[in-house]
Design a binder for this molecule. Structure first.
Ligand code: CMP
Length: 138
């Protein structure tokens, strides 16, 4: 059993596809172990994406992630990190496979609807960044 951090980004909330995205995770075998909807501050987003601090898109990415509410979730299941990444599709929606969330809903490489942890180490950091022990169920 593995856990991963999932975010429905501001564009996903604006497109009114929260239920559709969650339903895809559930239908494909992942369970929700924690969930909340919040509006991140610019500082919250900068801290979360600190590994991308030197990237040219860091400022724009953190503006985008703090422009409206996001849904934060911990997804749980066998190989949850890899499963979630398959369900999301490639970072760039132009390269995302048919039937993936990003293929169906993302607008651009930046406004790509969902985030998912890319390794056990980042999952541990990202889950701890947003959730405390009392909020993790299951
Ligand atoms: P995510 O999986 O959340 O990880 C980092 C995010 O940075 C990524 O999804 C995109 O939202 C964004 N991103 C990655 N590459 C680029 C890029 N070349 N230009 C703009 N944003 C990017």
């Amino acid at each position: 059993m593995e856990r991963t951090l999932s975010i429905i980004k501001p564009d996903g909330v604006e497109k009114n596809v929260i239920g559709e995205v969650i339903s895809r995770f559930e239908k494909q075998g992942l369970r929700i172990a924690a969930l909340k909807m919040v509006k991140l501050t610019k500082k919250d987003a900068e801290g979360f994406y600190i590994v991308h601090k030197e990237r040219p898109f860091y400022g724009s990415l953190t503006d985008f992630m703090s422009r409206g509410p996001v849904v934060l979730m911990v997804l749980e299941g066998e190989n949850a990190i890899a499963r979630n990444r398959e369900i999301m599709g490639a970072t760039n929606p132009a390269q995302a496979a048919e039937g993936t969330i990003r293929k169906d809903f993302a607008s651009s490489i930046e406004e790509n609807t969902v985030h998912g942890s890319d390794s056990p180490e980042s999952a541990a950091f990202e889950i701890g960044y947003f959730f405390n022990a009392f909020e993790l169920c299951g």
